[in-house]
Design a protein around this ligand. Structure first.
Ligand code: G16
Length: 544
């Protein structure tokens, strides 16, 4: 087996987005495309010789080929060991758990998350650092810089490794260790939650749950944890076999794409609890019987009830949420007397806060919730957290959320996505709002007066790094907000996200449909941004 150095030339489009590099499979299949990016990752790291790399992905189309390429490149570049998930499978939170548990140098996760998979859909790759979390901006910037100047990459000339059989083999001087994809992650979950109590809930005959894995990576994890370990009846997990194209579906746990689960949970014979996770297992959607819990509310409810859960019984150091996420969690933090941090969109921004012990729970409106147990958001962790709370409180999901609103008031919240907008038109819309910003403060729209209008900028309280242009915020004097952002994870044109939030302390109005409660703000957003004109769309593609 010899190390080969192959000549290559740069691709101009390898700038990592909100979470790694995501492109269509056909782009990744171009000669040298994946290799260039992997070598750019290695070139921007120092001191990994002889160290361990964790490798796995969500099992989507091209996962297995990419694993083989990366194994041979890791061997040629001098890693000492690669721990690879069996069959190339590791959920994103499991990869984070394994990096931390075994003190690995870092990890490569192959996923385009909630984007569809298959030969005509998307693939992705991201690098996670030794704390188990997504590479921070200084690392992703270095990777991008390297990708623009790369001239060669290294790979070992060797046959493919058998990644389906557990155990160790050698690739040149490097050990390849094929590990069980589930067991380390399951052990971590057992250390945090009251499995006995959850088991009792799931087997006492009066409680039913449905977990929709959307034919994505959480299937094996959910089968092992909910059905095998916790005793839920077979069939509790639906769409539990990971498929390379996710069965043709869109593995995004929201009210639109998790339609089978939504139909069941809003139907006549609905189970008590429903949940779904995404392509790589880091997102979650929580449903009660005919009841949807917004991710922003979910974070707030988990924080308010954290002491009921063994892993968090000593209380929380702080809470962090992304800027567009509603301020429901801020109200809980205020009552608990702990700090609440507002970060830009992207889980990577939570890493420093978690490492510094400033935050224990983190959450995002984009169906992401997690804690300091790993450095990624974690879909099944959130499901287990909810189950633990339900097992202790013996109330329904709806009762728990309604009681929460009674205590803290309700933050009405919604996100409107306009997908696959022509890029130049999306940027023109942003420019159009920017042009108005200096004159917006003090302006009135019906009953609403603009309090501030800015482009969100974040200074990391731990390392002082500054991230600018993280979304346009228009705040009103009553605390309501409109936020505009262009997504950093789409692969087709641009996706405009419009986030809307208002606060309602009056219990008599808590039953309102959020689209009704937010109706004035939706109209104001249209007036300020001329969304229909710029996107050419009459209505959003997805409303959550
Ligand atoms: C990624 C990031 C999240 C972010 C989400 C949406 O999630 O990890 O932090 O909230 O994308 O980002 P955007 O609004 O830029 O599309 P995932 O689950 O796709 O890895």
């Amino acid at each position: 087996m010899s190390i080969q150095t192959l000549a290559t030339s740069p691709f101009a489009d390898q700038k990592p987005g909100t979470s790694g590099l995501r492109k269509s499979v056909s782009i990744f299949q171009q000669p040298h495309y994946l290799e260039n990016f992997v070598q750019a990752i290695f070139n921007s790291l120092e001191g990994f010789q002889g160290k361990t790399l964790v490798l796995g992905g969500d099992g989507r189309y091209y996962n297995r080929e990419a694993v083989q390429i990366i194994l041979k490149m890791a061997a040629a570049n001098g890693f000492g060991r690669v721990k690879v998930g069996q069959g190339g499978i590791l959920s994103t939170p499991a990869a984070s758990c394994i990096i931390r548990k075994y003190g690995a140098f870092g990890g490569i996760i192959l996923s385009a998350s909630h984007n569809p998979g298959g030969p005509n859909a998307d693939f992705g790759i991201k690098y996670n650092i030794g704390n188990g979390g997504p590479a921070p901006e200084k690392v992703t910037d270095a990777i991008f810089a390297n990708s623009k100047t790369i001239t060669e990459y290294k790979q070992l000339a060797a046959p493919d490794v058998d990644i389906d059989r557990l155990g160790e083999s050698r690739l040149g001087d490097m050990v390849v260790e094929v590990i069980d994809s589930v067991s380390d992650y399951q052990a971590l979950m057992e250390s945090l939650f009251d499995f006995d109590r959850i088991q009792h809930l799931l087997t006492n005959g009066s409680f039913r749950m449905c977990m929709d894995s959307l034919h994505a990576v959480t299937g094996p994890y959910a089968h092992a944890i909910f059905e095998k370990r916790l005793g839920a009846p077979a069939g509790t997990v639906i769409h539990g076999v990971p498929l390379e194209d996710f069965g043709g579906g869109h593995p995004d746990p929201n009210l639109v794409y998790a339609h089978d689960l939504v139909e069941l949970m809003f139907g006549p014979d609905a189970p008590d609890f429903g949940a779904a996770s995404d392509g790589d297992g880091d997102r979650n959607m929580i449903l009660g019987q005919r009841f949807f819990v917004t991710p922003s509310d979910s974070l707030a409810v988990l924080a308010a009830n954290a002491k009921l859960v063994p892993g968090y019984k000593d209380g929380l150091a702080g809470i962090a949420r992304s800027m567009p996420t509603s301020a429901a969690a801020d109200r809980v933090a205020a009552r608990l007397g702990i700090d609440c941090y507002e970060t830009p969109t992207g889980w990577k921004f939570f890493g420093n806060l978690l490492d510094a012990g400033k935050a224990t729970l983190c959450g995002e409106e984009s169906f992401g919730t997690g804690s300091n147990h790993v450095r990624e958001k974690d879909g099944l962790w959130a499901v287990l957290f909810w189950l633990n709370i339900l097992a202790v409180r013996q109330e329904s999901v709806e009762q728990i959320v309604r009681e929460h609103w009674q205590t803290y008031g309700r933050n009405f919240y919604s996100r409107h996505d306009y997908e696959a907008v022509q890029s130049d038109r999306a940027h023109a819309l942003v420019d159009y709002i920017h042009a108005q910003m200096p004159s917006l403060k003090g302006k009135t729209f019906g009953a609403y007066t603009v309090d501030y209008a800015d482009d969100f900028s974040y200074t990391d309280p731990v390392d002082g790094s500054v991230s600018k242009n993280q979304g346009i915020r228009i705040g009103f004097t009553d605390g309501s907000r409109i936020v505009f952002r262009l997504s950093g994870t789409g692969t087709q044109g641009a996706t405009l996200r419009l986030y809307l939030e208002s606060y309602e302390p009056n219990i008599a109005k808590h039953h309102l449909d959020p689209q009704v409660a937010l109706g004035d703000l939706i109209a104001i957003a249209e007036e300020i941004a001329q969304i229909k004109h710029y996107t050419g769309m009459e209505k959003p593609t997805v409303i959550t």
